[in-house]
Design a protein around this ligand. Sequence first.
Ligand SMILES: Cc1ncc(COP(=O)(O)O)c(C=O)c1O
Length: 388
Amino acid sequence: MKLEEPQEVLLLGPGPSPIHPRVLKAMSWNTLGHLDPEFIEIMNEAKELLKYVFETKNQVTLPISATGSAGMEAALVNILEPGDKAVICVNGVFGTRMADVASRCGAQVIEVEADWGSPIEPDDVKKALEANDDVKIVGIVHAETSTGVLQPLEQIVELAHQNGALIVVDTVTSLGGIPVSVDARELDVVYSGTQKCLSCPPGLAPLTLNEKALSVFRFRKNVVQSWYLDLTMLTRYWGEERFYHHTAPINMIYALYEALSIIREEGLQERFKRHKLNSKALVNGFEALGLQMLTSEPYRLPSLHAVKIPDGISDADVRKKLRADYRIEIGGGLGPFKGNIWRVGLMGHGSQKENVNRLIKALGEIMQPMGYNCSIEEALSAVSRTYQ
Ligand SMILES: Cc1ncc(COP(=O)(O)O)c(C=O)c1O
């Protein structure tokens, strides 16, 4: 059976996010050989654009040929060796995953926990660092997609550095939508994914390491356990030498190049402002509908909103209707929040006024016949007032 091309669904979930038409077009450019001089130019330009978006001068800044989880794995597997101590901050799904990956690297993992929906307390990181000598890394998620928490980084970075540890940061749901500022914040190892605020399909994981992290990597005692993610070979492939390592996913690199070009055209600061404004409008709309946010300011992400599902409303019924009747996708809760929250993304190209209005109106229209008392008109005027 030949399947039809899927019609558009407005992707307002936790990722993937809506793709800019220019990015989809770039994906259909002619496939070149992976060592073709024209392709190499595109690779070089993509690296420079990644430095712009990460706000770094780091020489080693490249996209790993796999999704965000491979970015996490590459960051950890290149730095950690069996027996190393790793303090990993856990307040949601992705911190939990980071702890799992670190322990698979053979590291002794010391978890610093916070309730899901709350940020990690610097004091708890301090206690963990005081109780353990020779910690090699502190790993933390900047934007926890499972709960919508924006993690302040400054104090935790300082604590890590004071204790001689590298800071490893997951920016999968922040890069391109919220300032990551790698150099200004002195972040040592940072990874991301293409499918969120970069508005590129899933498939690549931007990664950057500073000189301090590279010197730790260069003085490893053991060979990196993963052949595919070993930076020794990846940097030779992405560097001057062009030493064959694997065949880069050519058309995905075109997509990344175009997505990053769009970001540079818009300007990072403008993009951050846009994400903030549309997020504020969405929250105002939710609150005017009588919905409650899971997280409060200043810990609320502008790229991913966790909103509580009101009593008596079925998570599955609402999301099914949104998809079927309005062609909008939003996400459900994970772990302890399954069935209790919706996760609404306004990421990259998806962070638009029109999308905010469309979702607020649709949610109101779906929930009213389910017995939920709200005024769609008031919610839409709350959204519109945000833009005045
Ligand atoms: C914070 C965070 N880290 C890591 C990942 C893993 O990325 P991927 O699903 O692209 O492998 C995700 C995906 O949602 C994420 O939100």
